[in-house]
Design a protein around this ligand. Structure first.
Ligand SMILES: [Zn+2]
Length: 86
């Protein structure tokens, strides 16, 4: 999956998402809570945006098709910054 091929991402969201390590990104997308299933599911057909510094993914549950959302809070902490001073 290549993030740049996702037209439903805002440029900022795509940029942010692309900097998250692939393994972490995969984990985020595969661990979304669906209230309908009452379980952790995979998010599909999602679009991304950035809201107040958080990456927000809105999409559908891979199991039941209902809407699910994933807010990746403090997304900047997940990013690969070789020179970050944390
Ligand atoms: Zn579901």
């Amino acid at each position: 999956m290549t993030i740049s091929k996702l037209p439903q991402f805002t440029p900022k969201a795509a940029e942010l998402c692309a900097t998250i390590p692939a393994a972490t990104r995969h984990q985020l997308l595969a661990n979304v809570f669906c209230f309908h299933c009452r379980d952790v599911v995979k998010i599909v057909d999602f679009k991304g945006m950035v809201s107040r510094g958080d990456l927000v993914l809105n999409g559908c549950c891979a199991v039941c098709g209902n809407e699910v959302a994933r807010v990746v809070e403090e997304v900047y902490k997940l990013l690969v910054h070789p020179s970050r001073e944390v």
